[in-house]
Design a protein around this ligand. Structure first.
Ligand SMILES: Nc1ncnc2c1ncn2[C@@H]1O[C@H](COP(=O)(O)OP(=O)(O)OP(=O)(O)O)[C@@H](O)[C@H]1O
Length: 573
């Protein structure tokens, strides 16, 4: 078993580009990609390899593995290890931008708190997802109205302005930020596509790429949007050797424009024979079987390569709270996370290496999500809570830190346009120093309460200021009272939504399925078209040894029958 899985990995490590490597969960995609990279000879190379991923976590993991293997050279030019956004930015957008204003790539408009103004209410620009149809030669794309989150939709529905007025303002706001040098992934894709299709721009951009890269590897290729695939097609047409690695069954970004089916068509054009990885190095045989019920094509379960646990799938009959996250485990009347913890202990699975997940933040016990469009003091209260939450996600910590920077800068540098990166450039403040200061400040604040504002103000005034600070009296004081979310009991178990768990793993995983009709969906929906099933698939495949599912009490038997029909060991507990 192990030999066969290793042989598959080795074939993927050595296959000549262009190539497509479809891989099952836990197939060791990162291992394959870094092993491929580690084969590079040690001497100074004229051409390098680009390793592209969708997340900074994946990027850091690949770079770390190269360093750990004693090959720090593989992280530097001519090689490139980074996200797709940064690759497109570095090689297909920035080279043709004017130096002034300095072009900057933002992770999201949230990081500069860009607002859509001039309508009857202000809404943050990052609340409006965009779509880009690669077949249109359009420079800006359209607002994806059907993908607004709940809060934003409420705000827009209550607005007296029509959607076309909003759309006009949204596009104008984006344009004005771009003119000031700011771009997000959406603009980067639009400009990259335009540049590659424009003969003159392409003639300037492609030769440096062709002479720098002998190969471009794209990890998690199932997350490519139609625009991403169109860009990759143009690179392929320019004879850049591509290797796509990904798991189409784990495509959970359709709402952001990912096109798993288009990936299949593109991959077939790239290379007629895929190099499939079907050995799962992460999960037990039971979990591989469970996962197979949630994917397309009736394919047999993947092979569990290194595990022989046979812990059954645990089904937890649950009374889900209609609002909030105090879900009760029906048989014991205790909280669902506590019940899960007791069960993991029974199977000698350490609770600290377990996680609880769900499709939506709202379902999860633990830290509540940052609410959009709240006042600054409420945002700061949220940030302070995050700073004091063990196991808070990296994204939440980064957001919390940005909120604290904004609050402190508003006081220290009043009247300086409020854009932290500009202020940092003006006063030559290194980002890590700013972030450390902001985080320490956040951490020092007392727990938020209704009369928190004056305490925050005292703390801001007392905190040692960074160079160039010139406070002006009460400017930058955060007005109002924080709106506090209900305190949640600490569970001691990691919780996160499935979308934040990509590439992650844990010994035990509890998936919360609060919606009635989930079993019906499991049994009858098609994972090729129903992304929810793919989200559940990602969730259960994070587990190494134990998978548990909490579902409405009245649906437990139906799921038990469904799984028993697939000969999957299970226990209703
Ligand atoms: N050849 C190998 N030998 C030993 N362990 C391996 C090997 N390949 C992968 N693994 C281990 O298997 C686990 C899964 O690998 P990895 O996280 O790279 O999978 P993946 O393909 O990215 O999975 P997913 O897409 O589900 O996130 C990791 O713990 C990894 O260390």
């Amino acid at each position: 078993m192990r030999e066969a899985a290793e042989a598959q990995q080795q074939a993927a490590v050595t296959v000549t580009a262009p190539a497509f490597v479809p891989a099952c969960p836990g197939a060791g995609k990162t291992y394959v990609i870094t092993s491929r990279h580690l084969q590079s000879p040690r001497r100074l190379l004229r051409k390098g390899r680009a390793l592209i991923s969708f997340t900074r976590v994946a990027r850091d993991q690949m770079a770390r593995r190269c360093r750990q293997a004693g090959r720090a050279d593989l992280v530097q030019a001519p090689h490139f290890i980074g996200t797709l956004d940064s690759f497109l930015w570095e090689f297909l957008v920035k080279p043709l931008r004017k130096a002034d204003p300095m072009p900057r790539l933002l992770e999201s408009w949230a990081s500069v708190k860009a607002l859509v103004e001039g309508v009857d209410r202000e809404i943050s620009l990052h609340r409006f997802p965009m779509t880009l149809a690669p077949s249109h030669n359009s420079a800006h794309g359209k607002v994806a109205w059907d993908k607004l989150d709940y809060d934003t939709r409420q705000l827009i529905d209550a607005s007296s302005c029509s959607r076309s007025v909003w759309e006009e303002k949204i596009l104008a706001t984006r344009k004005s930020w771009c003119e000031q040098g700011y771009f997000t992934g959406h603009e980067v894709r639009a400009v990259a596509l335009w540049n590659l299709r424009n003969a003159e721009a392409a003639a300037a951009l492609l030769p440096p790429l062709q002479s720098r890269f002998a190969e471009i590897i794209v990890d998690e290729a199932q997350d490519c949007s139609a625009a991403d695939l169109a860009i990759l097609q143009l690179l392929h047409d320019a004879d850049l050797p591509l290797v796509l690695v990904g798991d189409p069954d784990q495509a959970i970004y359709a709402w952001r424009g990912a096109e798993p089916e288009a990936l299949g068509a593109f991959a077939a054009r790239l290379s007629p024979t895929p190099h499939r990885l079907t050995g799962n190095w992460r999960s037990s045989p039971v979990i591989c079987r469970l996962a197979a019920t949630l994917r397309t094509g009736q394919r047999p379960p993947d092979t569990s390569v290194v595990r022989d646990d046979n812990i059954p799938v645990l089904l937890l009959p649950t009374l889900f709270a209609a609002t909030g996250s105090r879900h009760i485990h029906a048989p014991t009347g205790t909280g669902i996370v506590g019940a899960f913890r007791t069960l993991t202990e029974e199977y000698a699975v350490p609770a600290q290496d377990c996680l609880v997940t769900a499709y939506r933040y709202a379902t999860l016990p633990g830290i509540s999500r940052e609410k959009p469009n709240t006042n600054a003091i409420t945002s700061l209260a949220w940030a302070r809570t995050v700073a004091h939450t063990p196991g808070a996600s990296g994204d939440d910590l980064a957001r919390a830190c940005a909120i604290a920077v904004r609050a402190l800068f508003g006081y220290w540098y009043p009247g300086q346009s409020g854009r932290p990166d500009r202020i940092m450039a003006t006063h030559r403040l290194p980002a890590d120093q700013v972030n450390r200061t902001a985080f320490a400040f956040l951490h020092s604040l007392p727990a938020p309460h209704k009369e928190w504002g004056p305490q925050v103000w005292q703390a801001m005034k007392a905190w040692p200021a960074l160079p160039g600070a010139a406070p002006q009296g009460g400017k930058g004081r955060l007005a109002g009272k924080p709106i506090l979310s209900r305190p949640q009991p600490a569970t001691g178990i990691r919780t996160n939504i499935v979308h934040q768990l990509k590439g992650d793993e844990a010994d035990g995983v509890l998936l919360l399925l609060p919606d009635t009709g989930s079993v019906q969906r499991w049994a009858t929906a098609n994972p090729a078209t129903d992304e929810v099933l793919r989200v559940w698939y990602v969730a259960v495949t994070r587990a190494r040894r134990l998978a548990a599912i909490a579902l409405p009490q009245e649906e437990t038997d139906a799921l038990a029958r469904l799984l028993a029909g697939h000969h999957i060991p299970l226990r209703i507990a």
